[in-house]
Design a protein around this ligand. Structure first.
Ligand code: GLN
Length: 490
């Protein structure tokens, strides 16, 4: 007779519970995958379908789940045993296509899987479908996808944020407890804030980028979404670590992030950078942050006012460096090597036809901007100057952390999720990353966690720490999540 089946919820901190239930045999990976698929179909149906997945092959997943369970029967249970993990569609997987939300890669199936996907499988997780995203991760709303926009599960007339909107929504909709996203300027933290879930971007070099389709290589990171802090901690623990296949991967010991809940936070110093709390900040967002600071004080942390004076330059610097790197990285999509090819007059005609039909408006804008700032005569005026200011932004953080600040706390986004179609001016859209791009420019770890609601919509609080201090982030995040209790989502 088979063991009684236990129905572990797929949301609210489910990764640990799913692992335990799978290891004890009280639930099976196949059951979990079936339930996750049922939930994914449920939110897809109807006029207000959330459009979370670009590809999700149920038959394949059923088979894969069985194999995962069989293979792992006799071994020590991995940290994500039996946990379905959704994957952003710019991370290479073997079975499902990797489209980057672009027409130019429609139906493109990678011949190899990303290192992070291999690590998930080794830990017993099931890679669960590919999630929708802004084309080539350029955007803040997931409206720039060639496969249509994703809707926010909390408020379906609103965007989920971006560019990893599909992954954030997959977690927020209770389909999977963990999802992978990518970050170049906030694409995990901003959608986490909008959807009321946890999102973490590690230190640059902490997680392999092998198999992550490049947008802006010096700013790109793989990040993790979790329903709760613990889900994100387990996800990051599994995918972190040195990888010889990525030349920027760091050989630095990985912490047991999921054990950070037991670390005391009393006596730690939390910095409140004044540039992240301008007079113009929405008073309701400020109030939620003030309440969080109050909890941190009650936990015995010392709150210190600090200044990061070059913060205001982060958006202009980012929108020079990121398009410059993107224009070079995206040159490889030429109709000859990958995906779409559209015939034209001669070789140049084929390039032109393929690229103008394959790329959407935002990607085209970035390529033009990037090509311009790298061109002879403008390189020094724009690109080199931006790199210099980037160094100053990084130095602001180093100075504060050297002066004894353990973590910084700020709002993740200046507002909660906006309505679909509400922002048509690209520059206004760029400003939704105003509090997140700094961590990518400096390469420091940062995360967003729910700290309450503003006008009924979730809003995130952001923690940032010095390079490779992810343990500090998680210690504080676990403690704050406990202190906020139900207040995190109300
Ligand atoms: N929204 C920012 C952009 O459009 C950041 C994107 C990202 O982090 N991938 O570039």
């Amino acid at each position: 007779m088979s063991a009684p089946r236990e129905s572990v919820p797929l949301h609210t901190g489910a990764a640990a519970a799913l692992r335990a239930a799978t290891a004890s045999g009280s639930t099976s990976t196949a059951d979990t995958v079936t339930r996750a698929l049922a939930r994914a179909r449920e939110v897809k149906a109807g006029r207000d379908g959330l459009n979370i997945f670009v590809s999700l092959d149920g038959e394949y997943l059923d088979e894969h789940a069985e194999t995962a369970t069989e293979q792992l029967a006799d071994t020590e249970p991995g940290l994500l045993l039996g946990v379905p993990v959704a994957i952003k569609d710019n991370i290479a997987t073997l079975h499902h296509p990797t489209t980057c939300g672009s027409r130019i890669l429609a139906d493109y199936v990678s011949p190899y899987a990303a290192t992070v996907v291999g690590k998930l499988c080794d830990a017993g997780a099931v890679p669960f479908g590919k999630t929708n995203m802004d084309e080539f991760a350029m955007g803040s709303s997931t409206e720039n996808s060639a496969y249509g926009p994703t809707r926010n599960p909390v408020a379906p007339d609103r965007v989920p944020g971006g560019s990893s909107g599909g992954s954030a929504a997959a977690v927020a909709a209770g389909i999977v407890p963990v999802a992978l996203g990518s970050e170049t300027g906030g694409s995990v933290r901003q959608p986490a804030s909008f959807c009321g879930v946890v999102g973490v971007k590690p230190t640059y070099g902490r997680v392999s980028r092998f198999g992550l389709v490049a947008f802006a290589s010096s700013l790109d990171h793989v990040g993790v979404f979790g329903a709760r802090v613990d889900d994100a901690a387990r996800g990051l623990r599994v995918i972190a670590g040195h990888d010889p296949l990525d030349s920027t991967s760091a050989n630095v010991a990985v912490g047991e992030y999921h054990l950070a809940h037991a670390r005391p936070v009393k006596g730690m110093v939390v910095g409140r950078p004044r540039e992240y709390f301008p007079d113009s900040l929405d008073p309701a967002v400020r109030a939620r942050c003030d309440a969080a600071f109050e909890h941190l004080r009650e936990l015995g942390m010392q709150v210190r006012d600090v200044s990061l004076p070059h913060t205001a330059l982060a958006i202009p610097v980012y929108y020079i460096v990121a398009p410059a790197e993107a224009s070079s990285n995206l040159a490889r999509f030429d109709g000859a090597r990958y995906g779409l090819r559209v015939a034209g007059a001669g070789l140049t005609g084929m390039y032109e036809a393929t690229r103008s039909q394959g790329f959407g408006a935002e990607v085209t804008r970035r390529i033009m901007l990037g090509t311009y700032v790298l061109s002879a005569g403008y390189y020094d005026a724009y690109y080199r100057k931006a790199q210099r200011v980037r160094t100053l932004i990084a130095a602001d953080f180093s100075r504060v952390f050297h002066a004894g600040v353990d973590v910084l706390f700020t709002p993740t986004t200046p507002t909660p999720a906006f309505k679909l179609g509400a922002i048509s001016d690209p520059y206004e859209m760029y400003l939704s990353d105003i509090f997140t791009v700094t961590a990518n420019l400096a390469g420091i770890p940062a995360m967003s966690q729910p700290i309450g609601r503003v006008g009924g919509l979730p809003i995130g609080g952001q923690l940032m720490a010095a390079h490779f201090e992810e343990m500090k982030l998680f210690s504080v995040a676990y403690a704050l999540e406990r202190a906020l209790g139900a207040g995190a989502s109300s």
